[in-house]
Design a protein around this ligand. Structure first.
Ligand code: SF4
Length: 317
């Protein structure tokens, strides 16, 4: 049997998974919407990953999780490695682009920048507060314009005179969009203005004060938007590299880390058939009143966290 490694990156908007081999070749991958239901998303993701996975040829040796739901999902699938998104994205990117100096990442609901020097992360920034520089903003504006966000890149590239859209927050951007449409701007100029506003918002917020040097790699779901990519090239006056697997890089990175760490895992595709649920409980044993998150598998408690001291530990059955 050939060893391979599973990495899962679960965010509030999208869930990504990859299975890689010892040479970091992707054996199977999947990118789906989380749809506010991480447990169900993981089941669908594993189902998709299993379809391209030959269980008579490969065995999953180690498993890692990253993303905002990494702890919950690690408990659910028995992952041994849990890493934050910065580390996972950096390790994944450095593995394939050894000389990378800047990673721009724009996902569905947050964005980040990672500065790297000689293969080591020297600075980073994250933005989870302002939606104006994220994929969710582009998706909502596409809906408003009656367009599919997947077409945004091509439409934007046709523009000769991008509209200037106020990008500092979604409320301003939305009202400005209505105003520009009423002023007679063409659809391509409005779309080009929107994608440029996303790049500007990103550089003025998450990228503020950061030393952005080439090679610059752009990843996350929004990196597939050629309009945003061109806007970054114009604003930074640098070539922007988009890896074809950039939208999966967090999952790839944490799979590589899991392979290196060799932490014991208890993974099986059979978990697709288990019933998982979560609930929260207030400890109430002191004024801190910690909120404790519990996860159950087929009604049995498998783990809990959130208590600040031992007194709040919830015992497994
Ligand atoms: S877990 Fe500890 S700190 Fe938190 S409420 Fe309970 S007793 Fe207080």
């Amino acid at each position: 049997m050939i060893n391979c490694y599973l990495g899962i990156d679960i965010g509030s908007i999208s869930t990504k998974g990859v299975i890689i081999d010892d040479d970091n070749n992707i054996i199977s991958s999947s990118y789906i919407e989380t749809n506010a239901n991480p447990i169900q998303a993981i089941k669908i993701l594993l189902h998709n990953l299993k379809e391209d996975f030959d269980e008579n040829k490969y065995v999953i040796k180690y498993v890692g999780t990253t993303g905002s739901g990494r702890k919950l999902i690690a408990k659910m699938i028995g992952a041994g490695t849990i890493k934050n998104e910065i580390t996972a994205h950096a390790i994944g990117t450095i593995t394939f682009h050894q000389d990378v100096k800047t990673i721009l990442e724009i996902g569905g609901q947050d964005s980040k920048i990672i500065i790297i020097d000689n293969g080591i992360v020297t600075d980073y920034g994250m933005n989870t507060l302002c939606a104006a520089g994220t994929g969710a903003f582009l998706t909502s504006q596409a809906r408003r314009l009656g367009l599919d966000v997947k077409d945004f890149g091509d439409i934007a590239l046709r523009s000769k005179n991008p509209a200037k859209i106020a990008a500092r927050c979604t409320v301003f951007a939305e009202s400005d969009l209505v105003h520009k449409a009423a002023s007679g701007y063409s659809q391509e100029d409005i779309v080009a203005g929107l994608v440029r506003s996303v790049a500007e918002n990103y550089l003025n917020n998450v990228g503020k004060g950061k030393k952005i040097a080439a090679p610059v790699i752009f990843q996350g779901g929004v990196s597939k938007n050629s309009g945003v990519c061109r806007a970054f090239e114009e604003l930074l006056q640098e070539k922007i590299i988009v890896d074809e697997n950039g939208h999966l890089m967090g999952a790839i990175g944490v799979a590589i880390i899991a392979k290196r760490e060799k932490k014991q895992c208890h993974f099986s595709f059979d978990i697709i058939d288990n019933n998982f649920a979560t609930f929260t409980k207030e400890c109430g044993k002191c004024p801190n009143n910690c909120e404790i998150i519990c996860i159950t598998k087929d009604d049995d408690l498998i783990d809990s966290w959130g208590n600040k001291c031992e007194r709040g530990t919830i015992k497994k059955a």
